[in-house]
Design a protein around this ligand. Structure first.
Ligand SMILES: NC(=O)c1ccc[n+]([C@@H]2O[C@H](COP(=O)([O-])OP(=O)(O)OC[C@H]3O[C@@H](n4cnc5c(N)ncnc54)[C@H](OP(=O)(O)O)[C@@H]3O)[C@@H](O)[C@H]2O)c1
Length: 248
């Protein structure tokens, strides 16, 4: 896999899964634009942690639910690099609520960040990706994109949408040499994912699937880097579940 001097944009790259994807690309010699939406302190902390690669990192703050901020982000990428090789549409959020109590603002927030944000980034990345000889997009969805879950209807709907948006994108963009795939993580240990979980719930979750452990961010990053690489040049429109063998 040759990632040297490739230009990658990782949305939501300051925490959890996105941060590990950014780190793995940097280790392989890529230049990585790390996007985030709100938390400047966490963004600076991430940049310091990745200090070895600081010359290859550009941090861009842009709330992906805001059209103008997305446009400005891509202007900045265009001015700095003139092209993109990889887009990793990773940023996501969630609001837990039963449908009866879901307020429209929270519903819209989840849909806007998790789904519409991926559409906007894809739309504005296309002119830059067209300039690459090995362009690829990976959209991060979730195991909940293919199974229902109580108290998370907006999240489940957004994640399902991502999987089909990937297929539509793959169809439209294949003629332009851009591959598009989805990676759907199962429960993965990140700063926020296990917030509020009891030991009992964690043990039950570990034991509920064949591989009997929780996902690490590196498990997801490995799948993403494979799909971005030329080793996956015959794969597009697919959804790869990285979920400890979870079959439900
Ligand atoms: N962890 C899991 O168990 C799991 C399982 C399945 C799927 N996923 C998916 O994997 C992705 C990453 O999850 P994670 O657990 O690594 O999350 P995380 O640790 O909470 O990180 C989320 C990242 O997204 C950014 N972000 C959030 N809202 C944004 C917005 N409006 N605009 C731009 N950036 C925004 C955050 O930056 P700011 O806070 O600065 O905005 C942060 O960098 C998400 O799409 C999630 O749905 C995670």
């Amino acid at each position: 896999m040759d990632f040297k001097d490739k230009i990658a944009l990782v949305t939501g790259g300051t925490s959890g899964i996105g941060k590990k994807i950014a780190e793995e690309l940097l280790k392989q010699g890529s230049k990585v634009i790390i996007n985030y939406g709100h938390d400047d302190i966490q963004a600076q902390k991430t940049k310091q942690e990745l200090d070895n690669y600081k010359n290859n990192i550009v941090l861009i703050k842009a709330d992906l639910s805001n059209l103008e901020e997305v446009k400005l982000m891509f202007e900045e990428v265009k001015n700095k690099y003139g092209k993109l090789d990889y887009l990793v549409n990773n940023a996501g959020t969630n609001v837990d609520s039963y449908i009866e109590n879901f307020n429209i603002e929270d519903w819209n927030k989840v849909l806007n960040v998790n789904l519409t944000g991926k559409f906007l980034c894809t739309k504005y990345a296309i002119p830059l990706l067209k300039k690459s000889k090995s362009a690829a997009i990976v959209n991060i969805a979730s195991r909940l994109g293919t199974r229902p879950c109580k108290e998370a209807s907006a999240y489940c709907v957004a994640e399902s949408g991502i999987i089909n948006f990937t297929k539509c994108s793959a169809l439209e963009l294949s003629e332009q040499g851009i591959r598009v795939n989805t990676v759907s993580p199962g429960l993965t240990i990140t700063p926020l994912s296990l917030n509020g979980w009891t030991e009992k719930e964690i043990e039950e979750t570990k034991n509920s699937n064949p591989l009997k452990r929780l996902g690490e961010t590196i498990d997801i990053a490995n799948a993403v880097l494979f799909l971005l690489s030329d080793d996956a040049s015959y794969i597009t429109g697919q959804n790869i579940n990285v979920n400890r063998g979870g079959l439900l």
